[in-house]
Design a protein around this ligand. Structure first.
Ligand code: AMP
Length: 478
């Protein structure tokens, strides 16, 4: 089967760009640094000196890939875009590192993409039938081919043609010799914001990247909006049919950084409210509330505040270990929890403990942690999760395993409780989650909790599970 067909979408990514600044590449490096939580496998920067594009990209963390000051000499110019990417084995090869940069009949163009297209394979089949040759296994490359093969004259018209063909989740940043263009899909699945630094424009997946470089937050780029920046300034277009925006609720639950401002809200405040709501929905008599760091911290603070149970740090995180999900194999992931977290026995001994985390995916983390807390002497362990059960995979850019690997897709809450060996288990309700965000259900994508996918999959039969026709289990590529 085609490689692009076989791998499941695993594009957790962050994008950043700056137009018209003497230190464009350096600022992009800093921006990517702030977005590292959105992808840790590979990263890259493409800069423009006004005549040519220059690229540096590699597997690894931002600090490693750009750790040598000399690299910035090879990234000259006043504009740059960058990308951080997460992927699992097979697709984590150097040819798949972004931004993609190509030369074509009309010049050079680079593109960085956050999100996943759902009709990538259909378009790829068509393009290949007409002779296109693909260099990568990324859906992003399709966009470049669509741009190159469009019959329209101006770049913006060609881009409109391309955007009209693709479906799914995308935040895109393009860089040519003389312009930077940002585009967000009509559903607005992933966050994207616009900032200003003096007379330069900055675009970033999350506002925390603007903060680091002291850029002023102007606004979010709207769902369906295309923002074009060149020497004449900034122009905004809405070339696509409007739909009800459905930004990703899981960005609030887990993915975005708590100091970021996305979808009109501060992530920390939303998470804290989730914790308060969780305390109202799932009270328990206990002595202490502890978070699973870092993802459970704001919700645990909210839970403690609302319940009146003291907040403690019962687990200490080693910050120099990446997210446990990075390790692709089950055996390593089990080990990973221990590498990452260690209990504080003096805090936990003899205590009835409420443990807060943002989500349970396969259940392996919670199971290890409950055991760890008991071994440290806790009298009772009550697990509280600040989101509803994650029962469906995401096809719009959050890395989740297949449906059968999601523990809540096939187990009741009590079965999960027994599996993770907790004394009690409570998940935040869907209503509670929406109340924390202060929005109604229709205005967010909550497919991971409900299976209600806002953008459909073109090749799925009516009654077929949205298990993606495309994605079998990933196989190792040679
Ligand atoms: P698991 O052990 O499979 O149940 O994983 C649960 C843990 O993974 C929780 O602590 C979450 O904070 C974290 N998590 C949830 N979703 C993701 C994701 N898409 N990528 C990485 N980690 C995640």
């Amino acid at each position: 089967m085609d490689e692009m067909l076989m791998h499941k979408p695993e594009e957790e990514c962050g994008i950043f760009g700056v137009f018209n600044h003497p230190e464009a590449s350096n600022l992009t490096y800093l921006g990517l640094y702030a977005l590292q939580h959105r992808g840790q496998e590979s990263c890259g920067i493409v800069s423009s000196d006004g005549v040519n594009l220059h690229a540096h990209k590699s597997m690894g963390l931002v600090a490693d890939v750009f750790g040598n000051q000399e690299i910035f000499k090879s990234l000259p110019g006043r504009s740059a875009i960058g990308h951080v990417r997460y992927s699992t084995t097979g697709s984590s090869v150097i040819k798949n590192v972004q931004p993609i940069n190509v030369d074509y009949s009309r010049g050079s163009i680079a593109v960085a993409h956050n999100g996943n297209l759902v009709n990538a394979q259909i378009i790829k089949d068509e393009l290949e039938a007409y002779g296109s040759i693909f260099q990568t296994t990324m859906d992003t490359e399709i966009i470049v081919h669509l741009l190159a093969t469009s019959k329209a004259n101006s770049l913006l018209d060609r881009l409109t043609d391309a955007l009209n063909r693709i479906q799914g989740a995308y935040c895109l940043l393009f860089l040519t010799e003389t312009r930077m263009i940002a585009a967000r899909d009509p559903n607005g699945f992933r966050p994207l914001c616009l900032g200003r630094l003096g007379s330069s424009y900055v675009v970033a997946s999350e506002s925390c990247a603007l903060d680091l470089i002291d850029a002023e937050f102007i606004r979010e780029i709207e769902p369906g909006e295309v923002v074009h920046v060149d020497k004449n300034g900034l122009t905004s277009y809405f070339p696509l049919k409007k739909v009800q925006p459905t930004p990703c609720i899981f960005e609030f639950v887990y993915f975005a950084r708590p100091d970021s401002h996305i979808f009109g809200k501060n992530v920390y405040q939303v998470r804290k409210e989730q914790g308060r709501q969780l305390a109202r929905e799932h009270k328990v008599d206990a002595d202490i509330v502890i978070p699973i760091p870092d993802s459970g911290v704001p919700a645990a603070l909210g839970y403690a505040e609302e319940s009146g149970i003291p907040f403690e740090l019962g687990l200490i995180r080693n910050h120099y270990v990446g997210r446990t999900f990075i390790e692709p194999q089950q055996a390593i992931r089990h080990f990973g929890v221990k590498i990452k977290l260690n209990p504080v026995r003096e805090v936990l001994k003899g205590k009835r403990v409420v443990v807060i985390d943002d989500s349970i995916v396969r259940g392996t983390t919670s199971r290890k942690i409950v055991k760890m807390i008991r071994n440290a002497g806790a009298a009772e362990v009550h697990v509280r999760i600040s989101s509803p059960p994650t029962s469906y995979p995401c096809y719009y850019g959050i890395d989740t395993p297949n449906r059968k690997e999601l523990i809540s897709s096939s187990h009741s809450i009590d079965e999960i409780r027994r599996y993770i060996t907790a004394d009690s288990l409570g998940y935040l309700s869907e209503e509670g989650l929406m109340a924390s965000v202060g929005a109604d259900k229709e205005s967010f994508c909550h497919a991971c909790f409900t299976g209600g996918y806002p953008v459909k999959f073109p090749r799925l039969a009516q009654d077929e599970e949205p298990q993606m026709p495309l994605f079998e289990k990933e196989t190792e590529k040679k």
